[in-house]
Design a protein around this ligand. Structure first.
Ligand code: S3P
Length: 458
């Protein structure tokens, strides 16, 4: 069916409020230089830290996607002034530590676990009351991992059954500092505890046995927080002394490596491709996918490496490559936790089998990603095997032709649209609307490189 005419309307007409089935099909080589939108983790943090700092935080390169816009709205509802400037920058006038106020309306975090979990930490040690809500996907996700440590500060929660949203938070009036050993590798939980520590007199310590993304630590230090990181017997001990004001900053946010992952894999698996993805953040806690793809034989060169805004940044030069299957060990999982769906697509085009281990956290993302990836691969004719926390993908090329159920998950949607560019028959997804939560303009950007992603007609 490759090359056959199929109904298509412009993907930029996509609308997040109604399901948008999309289709993607085999094309010639991808070529060109692109920018992807700003890093999501840094964007949430820049808005939140700006909201409790003294002065005006100026942010350039903010990711203007639904998840981050919901965080911006929440910060405004809590009393910060958040303004989108005409030049594209965002300004946040902070209220100082302890200055957040009870919002008059529910705080709606939409699809975003990072938004709601970090905001709970930010509010936990200030005497305010806020009701947090989210969409159907976020309302299924576990919040106990954050409410349990925050209760130790003195914060009170009334959560829905199973510690889920909707949830009402009553911040502690006189919060007590805690020492908390993370029971799972989660930057969101680490960050929530550290943020609660900012307005808590004394020293709050998080013990992190397995390192996760460290944007909170880096950015809080830049805002002037009294934060120290020590290595103790193989673990990271992160201590923050509360009760000190933060100072507003100018923050330039580089491109999101988790978004760059999609054009990167698309170029690797589409014969003859040669693309450059400019200005990508290369923090070592985020580069697990690049390391894995290089081990698989991917031709990825990092050009123009530089430091920008306290983070390593570079341009990714990617050429189509013959990939081979590898074993990806559990230790690598935190540095590529959002990238397993797209790695699984790359694996289905590699020679041999790829085995991915340590995937238990994938079960509690925007969807159960292990199950969603496996079923998406299988409906497209790819052989897989899986267990509670592992997945094996047999490569050799994806036949395609399947319709993938995306479960309100942006990364499942984008991964299988990338698969369609190199599969023998086109691939379809049931709903591309959630792509707007992290990567607005994804389809147009990919089509600008030569891809053919469109809205499936009636
Ligand atoms: C994030 C942490 C990760 C990641 C998410 C963003 C963050 O979640 O999956 O997309 O910005 O702190 P976990 O902390 O649940 O691993």
């Amino acid at each position: 069916m490759t090359g056959a005419a199929w109904p298509c309307i412009e993907p930029s007409a996509m609308n997040h409020s109604s399901p948008t089935p999309l289709v993607s099909r085999k094309v010639g080589p991808l070529k060109g230089r692109i920018h992807v939108p700003g890093d999501k983790s840094m964007s949430h943090r820049a808005l939140m830290f700006g909201a409790i700092a003294r002065g005006v935080t100026r942010i350039s390169g903010l990711l203007e996607a639904d998840d981050v816009i919901n965080t911006a709205k929440a910060m405004a509802a809590l009393g910060a002034e958040v303004e989108h400037q005409t030049g594209g920058d965002w300004h946040v006038v902070g209220v100082g530590i302890g200055g957040l106020k009870s919002p008059h309306q529910d705080l709606d975090f939409g699809n975003s676990g990072t938004g709601v979990r970090l905001a709970m930490g930010l509010m936990a040690s200030t005497p305010l009351t806020a009701r947090c809500v989210g969409d159907a996907s976020l309302s299924k996700r576990p919040m106990g991992r954050v409410t349990n440590p925050l209760k130790q500060f003195g914060t009170v929660f009334e959560a829905s059954e199973g510690n889920r949203l909707p949830l009402t938070l009553r911040g502690a009036k006189d919060a007590k500092p805690i020492t908390y050993a993370l029971p799972m590798a989660s930057a969101q939980v680490k960050s929530a505890v550290l943020l609660a520590g900012i307005n808590t007199r004394g020293i709050t310590t998080v013990i992190e046995p397995i390192p996760t993304r460290d944007h909170t630590e880096r950015m809080l230090k830049a805002f002037g927080a009294k934060l120290e990181v020590k290595a103790v017997g193989g673990a990271r001990h992160i201590a923050i002394e509360g009760g000190h004001e933060l100072n507003a900053q100018d923050i330039a946010i580089p491109g999101d490596p988790s978004s760059a992952a999609f054009p990167m894999v698309a170029a690797l698996i589409t014969p003859g491709s040669d693309i450059v993805i400019e200005n990508i953040m290369l923090n070592p806690t985020r580069t697990g996918l690049i390391e894995t793809l290089v081990e698989m034989g991917g031709d990825i060169k990092i050009e123009n490496r530089r430091l920008a805004g306290g983070e390593e940044v570079g341009d990714l030069h990617v050429k189509a490559s013959s990939l081979k299957g590898v074993r990806v060990s559990a230790e690598r999982a935190p540095s590529m936790i959002d990238e397993y769906p797209i790695l699984s697509v790359a694996a289905s085009f590699a020679a041999g089998t790829t085995r991915m281990e340590g995937l238990e956290e994938l079960r509690v993302k925007e969807s159960d990603r292990l199950a969603a990836v496996e079923s998406g691969l299988q409906v497209n004719g790819v052989l897989t095997q899986s267990g509670k926390d592992w997945l094996e993908v047999t490569g050799g090329g994806a036949p395609g032709g399947g319709r993938v159920t995306t479960h309100m998950d942006h990364r499942i949607a984008m991964s299988f649209l990338v698969m369609g560019l190199a599969s023998r028959i086109y691939t379809r997804i049931d709903d591309g609307a959630f792509i707007a939560t992290s990567f607005p303009g994804f389809a147009d950007l990919m089509n600008g490189l030569g891809a053919k992603i469109g809205v499936e007609g009636p």
